[in-house]
Structure formats: structure tokens, C-alpha cells
Write a protein that binds this ligand. Structure first.
Ligand code: FA5
Ligand code: MG
Length: 447
């Protein structure tokens, strides 16, 4: 018989009400990890975060995929996706401001990933037979709900709420192939910018030159434009969109980045483009974008405005930015990976250095330090004795006794070799040598 699983996750949410997760009768607000529990009841429901949904014939989410929900890598301190999110957010905050200096873009990064079919597909004019709706491509919670396949799922709601410029950052889910640049859970940043006729024209023309120009007309729908838009409107929107994204790419990757625009199709934009960048000698698609379908704006109550939208894949940008060779690394719990991104300033340049494929093992050492002690003396001592076997030494506790005034340090030493496995017994032997040398050479008092 199949095991029944219940997934508990807490998803911190700003626009929706904050979720409260109940475990063993207790309430936990903002409980941010996820785990699976055997509930041994007939498999009639599926629980994602604080919500329980009725299972039906469409349900195809797996415990493995559900275990990723609530990870929120983009909101995890010191994670590369979080550093990139900060860079993108700061770019928009800094460069797009109202006359008094406050940012025009609203940033939303905590919307839960379960959305309705209406949000994910219908509101975006996705045809009923479009491949993205197929259960072969999409994780269905049930026939009415999916794990969002893209952050575009929130466009309509936010516009209806009155947002004219916004970024939505979140985890998205697809039954996609797995290779170096594809993963079934990844993260997107959506961007939307709406303009009234006047706002769009004034961005390029003086008050006099604007006269006689319009953004709306009733013309034919052709490859270059939608029926209700003028050619002028599309030229201005395309220029503004591509300029905005090129400027972002230059800020994140530097001015030397090689880019190219490719025409493409999305049900929710027309015309549409993809941006590709050179990555390890090949073109890599890093975002999709276009002029928003006017029908979407009309339906969301913004029919007097025109707009552009884009959706970029955070992992692909981070791979290029940090030289990360494989998309699976973003899910690594390995301190050899994570410690490379432990910076308080997101602008710190980082180039990822590959860590060993062999497992880590670690031992802690605690001692009272003498007056003339410096941390670097200890690091040198470890380097000398551990050489290639030591991957990292981290001060994990720094404590001063309130009465004695004596200070104790606890270090975690992570043992791992680049080329071969290090077993715990071998690590223990080196650790014993390090302990002995610390006592003899640095005059520390082991606790
Ligand atoms: C979309 O998801 C559209 N919603 C983007 C969009 C938004 C277009 C607004 C127009 C207006 P696409 O499926 O191409 O488009 O995905 C966008 C980006 O997500 C890709 O360019 C890529 O960078 C990234 N991406 C797509 N699939 C994966 C995957 N399996 N793993 C990692 N990144 C992916
Ligand atoms: Mg694409």
C-alpha cells in the first residue's frame, strides 16, 4: 500500500493572510521549513502549507515536490538566490523613482505557490489546449489548483489591486527535464510596468511633439502589434522594455556581457521576445517578455493603460553571475557551497569554487583562550596539520564567563578532501592532533 503523506509548511505571506501551521495541536506562525508526516488516513486530501485540498483524478503532485514547498530559497539569508534577489530589487529601487525619490516598483516575494487554474492559465489567455496546462507538464494539486508554473500567475490580481509597477519573486514548479540548466523547482522574477497614454508618451516626447500621438486605435492584429495598439505605442513599449532589461543585465553581469534578442510567443504578450546570454560558449535563454495583451489589462480594470511584462529565471542569472556550473547546486545543504555566499553586502563579487563531491564530516573543539590568543594562530595550526583534508574552520561560539571573565571559543572543523573520501575515524585522528597542538603551542585550555 502506498504511504500517505501530509506536508506541513508555513509560508510567510504579505498580501494573503499570514499562515498559521498547526502541529500536534500547537500553533506556529512563520514556521519556515517543511517535512512530511505519515497520516495513515485514506488518501483523499493533499496538504500544502496551511491549506488542505481535496484530491481528485488530476492530482499529480509528489511527496518529493511537496517537500520543496516552503523552502523559499529566494528569502533565505546568504543563499545565492537571495543575494541575486537583493541585487535585482535594489536595481529597480535605485533607478526607477518618483520625483521625491521613493521607488515606483513594489516588490512582492512571499505569495504562496498554490494558485488556481484561473490565475495560472485562464487570466493569462492561455488556450485550453496549450501544452503548459497538460498534467504531463504541470503539477496539479487538484483539478482547480496547481503549483504555479510561472510568476505570471499573479499579474492579474496585482493589477486589479491597483499595482502599476511591480516585481513578483517566487518558487515555480514544472514537470520539466532535469539537466544542468533545468530543474522541476526553480525561481522566477516577474516584472510588470503599466503606463497611461500620457506617461508613455512623455517618456520620449516633449509636450508639443506629443500632440496628435495616441497609443490606442482599432486596427488589425499583425505580427508587429495587437489590434487595439498603435505602432507608436509598440515602438515605445518595446524600446522601454528592452532598455530596462539590458540595463539590468549590464548592472548584474557587467557591460561586456554578450546578449541577443529572439522573437517568440507567449499567450499573454504580443509581440514577445526572449533574451539570451552567452554562457560557457553557448546561448542560454534567461527571460521571456513582451507587450501585455490588452485584454488582460481590460479584464483587470486597467483598460486605460498599456504595459510590458517580463519573467526571468533566477537560477540561470545566478549561474552566470557566480559561475555556478549546475542548477542542482542551489539545493545544496553543503556548507562548502553555502559558505561561499555568506556575505552581508549583496554587491560583493563572488566566483564559485567547486567543492569536493565526497561527503563532509566535522568535529567541534572548544577551549578557553589565553590573553595573547589570536584566531589566525589557530587557523594556521589547523592548516598546517589538516592540510588538504580540512575544508572549513568556523567559529561557532564565542562565550565570556560572567564571573571569571575568561573567554571560550568553539570551532567547527569540516573535514573533506577534494579527491577522495575522508572517513570519520581519519578525521578523528587529525582532530586529536590538532587538539594536542593547540594545547601545547597556543596554551589553550580545552573544555
Ligand atoms: C515564462 O515562464 C513566462 N511566464 C515569462 C514571461 C513573463 C513572458 C511575462 C512574458 C511576460 P518561460 O517558460 O520561457 O516563460 O520561462 C522564463 C524563464 O524561466 C526562462 O527564460 C528561464 O530563464 C527560466 N526557466 C524556464 N524553465 C526552467 C527550468 N526548468 N529550470 C530553470 N529555469 C527555467
Ligand atoms: Mg522560454
Amino acid at each position: 500500500m502506498m504511504m500517505k503523506y501530509k506536508l506541513f509548511t508555513g509560508i510567510c505571506c504579505r498580501l494573503y493572510s499570514a499562515s498559521i501551521v498547526s502541529m500536534n495541536g500547537a500553533s506556529h506562525r512563520h514556521f519556515c521549513s517543511s517535512f512530511l508526516t505519515d497520516i495513515s488516513s485514506p488518501e483523499t486530501t493533499v496538504t500544502v502549507g496551511s491549506q488542505t485540498y481535496a484530491r481528485d483524478e488530476m492530482t499529480n503532485v509528489t511527496p518529493h515536490i511537496l517537500s520543496k514547498v516552503g523552502s523559499n530559497l529566494h528569502n533565505r539569508k546568504y543563499h545565492p538566490l537571495n543575494l541575486l534577489k537583493q541585487r535585482i530589487r535594489d536595481h529597480f529601487y535605485k533607478n526607477y523613482v518618483k520625483p521625491r525619490g521613493n521607488p515606483i516598483f513594489t516588490v512582492v516575494d512571499d505569495l504562496p505557490p498554490v494558485v488556481t487554474i484561473e490565475q495560472c492559465f485562464d487570466s493569462l489567455l492561455t488556450p485550453k489546449d496549450h501544452v503548459s496546462r497538460k498534467p504531463s507538464d504541470t503539477y496539479y494539486v487538484n483539478k482547480d489548483h496547481v503549483l504555479r508554473t510561472h510568476t505570471s500567475a499573479h499579474q492579474s490580481d496585482l493589477i486589479r489591486m491597483g499595482c502599476d509597477q511591480f516585481l513578483v519573486i517566487g518558487d515555480v514548479y514544472r514537470r520539466d527535464t532535469i539537466d544542468k540548466s533545468h530543474y522541476p523547482v526553480f525561481h522566477q522574477c516577474e516584472g510588470v510596468r503599466l503606463f497611461t497614454e500620457r506617461e508613455l508618451l512623455i517618456s520620449k516626447f516633449s509636450e508639443q511633439d506629443m500632440e496628435g500621438l495616441t497609443v490606442f486605435e482599432q486596427g488589425p492584429r499583425i505580427p508587429a502589434k495587437q489590434a487595439p495598439h498603435t505602432q507608436d505605442a509598440v515602438v515605445l513599449l518595446e524600446a522601454d522594455l528592452k532598455w530596462t532589461l539590458t540595463r539590468l543585465a549590464h548592472d548584474i553581469f557587467g557591460k561586456d556581457i554578450e546578449t541577443q534578442w529572439v522573437d517568440c510567443y507567449f499567450p499573454f504578450t504580443h509581440p514577445s521576445w526572449e533574451l539570451e546570454i552567452k554562457y560557457k560558449g553557448e546561448w542560454l535563454e534567461v527571460l521571456g517578455c513582451g507587450v501585455m495583451e490588452q485584454e488582460i489589462l481590460n479584464e483587470a480594470g486597467a483598460g486605460n493603460k498599456v504595459g510590458w511584462a517580463f519573467g526571468l529565471g533566477l537560477e540561470r542569472w545566478a549561474m552566470k553571475m557566480y559561475d555556478i556550473p549546475d542548477i542542482r547546486l542551489f539545493w545544496s545543504q553543503d556548507s562548502g557551497f553555502l559558505s561561499q555566499f555568506k556575505v552581508d553586502d549583496a554587491n560583493t563579487p563572488i566566483k564559485y569554487k567547486p567543492v569536493s563531491v565526497h561527503p563532509q564530516c566535522y568535529n567541534d573543539i572548544s577551549f578557553w583562550i589565553p590573553d595573547n590568543y589570536t584566531e589566525n594562530d589557530f587557523y594556521d595550526l589547523v592548516r598546517g596539520l589538516g592540510s588538504d583534508m580540512v575544508e572549513q574552520v568556523e567559529l561557532i561560539d564565542n562565550f565570556t564567563h560572567p564571573k571569571k571573565g575568561q573567554t571560550s571559543h568553539c570551532y567547527r572543523i569540516t573535514y573533506r578532501h577534494m579527491d577522495r573520501a575522508v572517513h570519520q575515524e581519519e578525521a578523528n585522528k587529525i582532530h586529536a592532533l590538532i587538539t594536542e597542538a593547540a594545547i601545547n603551542n597556543l596554551a589553550v585550555e580545552v573544555r
